[in-house]
Design a protein around this ligand. Sequence first.
Ligand code: ADP
Length: 614
Amino acid sequence: MRKVALVFVLAVLAPSLVLAWLAVRSLRDQQFLLERQQSLLYQKVTDTLAQNISDQLAQQQQDFSAHVETLVASNGARASALQFDEQIRKDWPLADVGFSVTLSGTATCTITCPSPTSGPEAQRFLVDNGGFLGNEEAAEVYWNVNNSKVGFQSSLKNNDSSLGLNSLDSKQNANVPSLADNAGQNSFFTKGKARAVSPQSANYQQQASQANAPQDENLSKVIPAEAEFRQLIGNDTDGMVARFLQNKLKLMFWHRLSHDPNLVFGAQLNLNRLVEGLRASVQPDPALRDEICLAVLDDNARPVIISRPNFQAPWKRPFVATEIGEALPHWEIAAYLVNPAHLTQAAHTAELTLGLLIAVLVFAIGVGGWLIVADLNRQLALARQKTDFVSNVSHELKTPLTSIRMFSELLAEERVADPNKQRAYLQIITAETARLTRLINNVLDFSRMERGEKKYHFRDAELISLVRETVETYRPHLENCGFELECTLPPGEIPIRADTDAIAQVIVNLLSNAEKYSNGEKKILVEVSRREGPLPCAEARILDRGAGVPRGSEDRIFEKFYRAHDSLGSGIQGSGLGLTLARQIARAHGGDVIYEAREGGGSCFCLRLPLKMD
Ligand code: ADP
């Protein structure tokens, strides 16, 4: 038994407890996982939008170059260069200031347009950019070359020496990515970088940092480099330069004429108009519209475009964000949860459901295990009882056989001359044979009942005479053993329908028990009566003055093989089948056998049978 319990604990209980513990642990990460999933989904949205905006800017630049080419084609290169500021502002609404630069030699640039006299806007532009465009000073710029015709990488290779890349590299500090690094990232406009999450949910933020999320999440990956204008344009035809002047972003497009490469035309963009042009594309997918709000954040993390009107959020703490890239340095596409509490609720619901499932599972395993152990216990007890039964029956067979053999030998060898003794020995042989027959009948009947093969032959009978006859056949044996047998039978008849042999077997079993468990008090009483009431029935009671059934065994004595007085302890032989058979026979007749403790000590076994209906 202990072995079974050990196997159960090791093979079932321990693994399921470990599994439950693991499941409970993973429950705690539910919200984190859910938020992680959401963040990946929304990150895709912001990445796509950042890419989309980069593409739109690339488109604008091509548009600008086309305008330049048209102007030059209609007015001539030199004339266009002189009036470029006015003309481009007229033609192309995104231009704030137009400029043209003439390149001469390898390091000199002359600003042809705008003229300082053409207005305050032009004056400010020249103050801000004169030195840089005139190639007199290096400036801190975010730059790259948009050259769809010539791959950026190859243009770098071609222009290595003319650009003075080595000297540029040496100027950059360790944190500044080299041009070669930039080259690996293809086009200027495809450089949207996902800024890892700076989430709205405090829980997520905490978990993410615990999970060793990158710590430089809030640091921009777009880094400026010091460059001179000539260095920057190299031999390329188009490009874009972004700079911060007085903490304000200034964005310029430039285009070099293909047939006159010494002329470079450019324009400083009006950011407000540029932003207006982007507004329509800042919308999440309709399926996500109720979940997230998208915003374009400028370099000060101020929203310049918001997808949901009147939406308010801690702008500096988006759920996910992606940098647009060098085109709009430090600008981001940010996504905010419309209802941040919703995620927590969903996680709690998932946590609760899973928790309940785990609890039910553990409970089911516990109950299942308990049932298995209980069943095993029962089976083991039954196996033990069967073993006891075999040894008990063998013993019961052996005792009468020994007496029969001994007395029959004495008689056969004519060693007993006294006729009284001879009669007594013959009576013993008869009684022992009857006992053997009873035992064997009990065993055979029991096995028939177990197999469901026991057959009854019901017929009309009368209980009083049946009891009288059975008791009288047993009386000589009892009286020989010194018992006083009293049989109280009422007058008249109690009609029943019964298999009389089976009922007689019940009565003999009960009488035999009264004899066996008499405990020296050799008085047996048999009573028969008709019991009136809502369900009238016939009753035959066998009463003795023995020790009675030990307390707690009153029901169990009717179980197969069960013995309240075991052979070893009490010295009383038995198979544990007598009462089992008695009850089964009575029940097959629609009645029962009941035990009651007798007042004044002893047992009362009552056989109840239904009355025969007329
Ligand atoms: P057994 O062969 O052991 O007598 P039974 O099924 O007839 O088997 O009885 C089951 C148990 O009930 C007995 O072992 C005994 O402990 C108890 N028992 C039966 N009859 C009596 C009785 N008259 N007085 C006390 N105990 C009894």
